[in-house]
Ligand binder design. Structure first.
Ligand code: HEC
Ligand code: HEC
Ligand code: HEC
Ligand code: HEC
Length: 455
């Protein structure tokens, strides 16, 4: 069965170093091994449940990793980086939440096993202390071949990780981009030079060279051109789905999209003097099943986020609406004074229940959910986790989510957006959170009655 799947997926990667004689259809045997990898998990422990068939979740990933470990002894589990954080935090509440989630992700990786994690620039988004704090709890190696301590020039993480599988000595390097992150105590050295140097240093001690890269696909291609002899680059910074592996100068380059939606699988076979490999992406869909211990951790995490943020929310000073460039949110209770039919229409749409959806899931204190399930999150007069009065008026996806801040309205209709078009919806109806979104189908279900009359 699995062999058939592999055969079907094998329109891949047989060139140069990687292949001498066509694709292999066998499962990895004595001479072969399997690499399971992810990249750009970006702080995502489980999927949000915004859509019924949603991909992702570490409990599903653990299910696949553990069943692969039972299937073969020749298994390598890798992560190309940008694991811990969704973005740079905008305030203390976000910072604490991101760090709590990162610690849970680390715990899950400890529990399901990982052979090497690369440091991406996103992993430095919360500063060096946050990352080294996480590292001190990791029971697996964290690799970076080009991050060094500024003063001493010493590597801060493992410059290389070795693992021998099925008689093949695999060397794993990691690189972080130079120009996208600045951390005072660190120096990020030229990734190409670092890989070239390390590759030469490990040549006699390894048969198969992997680079975990945070550089992005374009620069990964350049890396493969400039440093011959890399067998595999696992690439992070994935913003589009790349189902087929790329081959550049004999190097296989793979990516498993982002936010933990897929697990990448590379089956490698020795083939004469070289290797051949087959690559495919395994979607982490509901049918995969979940590992109970990891799913339980997710529930504890959710409760902890709620408890922590409940303490922190609504502690700030009330803010006068109408600051910053004159644009501020007013709330639907203002609009209803003059637009009763539109209000009544809106009340019957799911947008008017978007906050209750979070309450039902116990996620109403999760800043990562509030951004789309409230109005004007974080903007002047919009939903703010620090201001109770304003915030209770700004729950749900209200009028101004589509029409823009009401302060622009003025005495006439000038300034208010009548119909912002598809772009407005796409701010929340993202491919991930609303995979079935179709503007022409969705719009009639939620737009106001219109007709040009005063209402
Ligand atoms: C990027 C915007 C965005 C974020 C962030 C987001 N959601 Fe959603 N959510 C949506 C959209 C859009 C829908 C409607 C999707 C559809 O039906 O096409 C939705 C729907 C849902 C639904 C289904 C509602 C129903 O009645 O069927 C649930 C449950 C949900 N979200 C929970 C969450 C949770 C929990 C989080 C945080 C972990 C979250 N959402 C974060 C945009 C978002
Ligand atoms: C004091 C009364 C009043 C309030 C409050 C008010 N509006 Fe209006 N609105 C009007 C009038 C008057 C018009 C113009 C109607 C016309 O020309 O047919 C209008 C027009 C609009 C239009 C249509 C614009 C167009 O180009 O056709 C939108 C959309 C709108 N308002 C949204 C809102 C929203 C959102 C709020 C709450 C933030 C709001 N209004 C609050 C009086 C009000
Ligand atoms: C501020 C974020 C946001 C914006 C902007 C937004 N939506 Fe939504 N939308 C949501 C959320 C969140 C839900 C899920 C509500 C719930 O059930 O909890 C949703 C649900 C819906 C649904 C119901 C889907 C279902 O499965 O029943 C439709 C239809 C919809 N939106 C259409 C639109 C259209 C069309 C636009 C643009 C004109 C738009 N939305 C703009 C956040 C948004
Ligand atoms: C999901 C997005 C969305 C939400 C939420 C929404 N509207 Fe609208 N509204 C629209 C669109 C789109 C139109 C333009 C309809 C058209 O041109 O046929 C519109 C039109 C209007 C108009 C002009 C109608 C006319 O006949 O001139 C008013 C007024 C209005 N909306 C007020 C409101 C108020 C008040 C709320 C909140 C209670 C609200 N809207 C919530 C999308 C939305």
């Amino acid at each position: 069965m699995l062999q058939k799947v592999l055969a079907a997926a094998c329109a891949v990667c047989c060139t140069g170093i990687l292949a001498l004689a066509g694709c292999l259809l066998k499962l990895p045997g004595d001479s072969g091994f399997t690499i399971l990898y992810s990249n750009d998990v970006r702080g995502e422990f489980e999927n949000c449940g915004c859509a019924d068939v949603q991909l992702g979740g570490l409990a599903r990933k653990a299910r696949l990793l553990r069943s692969a470990a039972r299937e073969t002894t020749g298994l390598i589990r890798l992560d190309a980086g940008n694991l811990f954080f969704p973005k740079k935090p905008a305030n203390d509440i976000e910072a604490r939440e991101f760090l709590l989630k990162a610690n849970f992700i680390l715990g899950a990786y400890n529990a399901m096993g990982c052979d090497a994690l690369n440091v991406g620039d996103g992993d430095l988004a919360m500063g060096l202390d946050a990352l080294t704090g996480l590292r001190s709890k990791a029971s697996f190696p964290i690799v970076s071949s080009n991050i060094v301590i500024r003063d001493s020039g010493k590597h801060l993480f493992e410059p290389v990780v070795f693992k021998t599988v099925a008689g093949t000595r695999v060397a794993i390097l990691g690189v972080c981009p130079q120009d996208t992150v600045f951390v005072p105590d660190l120096r990020i050295e030229d990734p190409v030079a670092s890989v070239r140097k390390m590759a030469a240093a490990v040549r006699d001690r390894s048969d198969f060279l992997v680079v975990l890269s945070g550089l992005g696909l374009e620069r990964d291609r350049q890396l493969a051109q400039l440093v011959p002899g890399i067998n595999l680059i696992v690439s992070s910074r994935a913003d589009r789905l790349l189902e087929k592996a790329l081959v550049e100068n004999g190097t296989l380059i793979v990516q498993a999209y982002n936010r933990g939606q897929y697990l990448g699988r590379v089956d490698v076979e020795r083939n004469g003097g070289g290797f051949s490999a087959a690559h495919r992406l395994l979607p982490l869909k509901p049918g995969v099943g979940e590992e109970k211990d990891i799913a339980d951790m997710g529930r504890v995490l959710k409760a902890q986020v709620a408890a922590m943020n409940q303490q922190a929310f609504f502690k700030g000073q009330p803010q006068q609406p109408g600051v910053v460039g004159g644009s501020a949110y007013a709330g639907g209770d203002t609009c209803v004074q003059c637009h009763v039919p539109s209000y009544e229409n809106w009340q019957a749409t799911p947008h008017a229940r978007a906050y209750q959806t979070l309450v039902d899931k116990g996620s109403q204190y999760d800043v990562e959910c509030l951004v789309c399930h409230t109005t004007g999150y974080g903007e002047p007069g919009g939903y703010s986790p620090t201001q109770k009065e304003r915030s209770s008026a700004m729950i749900n996806v209200q009028c101004e989510s589509c029409h823009g801040p009401g302060s622009r309205h003025g005495a006439s209709k000038d300034g208010i957006v009548r119909n912002g078009g598809k772009e407005v919806c796409l701010g929340c109806h993202t491919e991930k959170n609303s995979p079935r979104f179709d503007y022409d189908e969705y719009l009639p279900l939620v737009k106001c009655p219109g007709g040009g009359k005063k209402q």
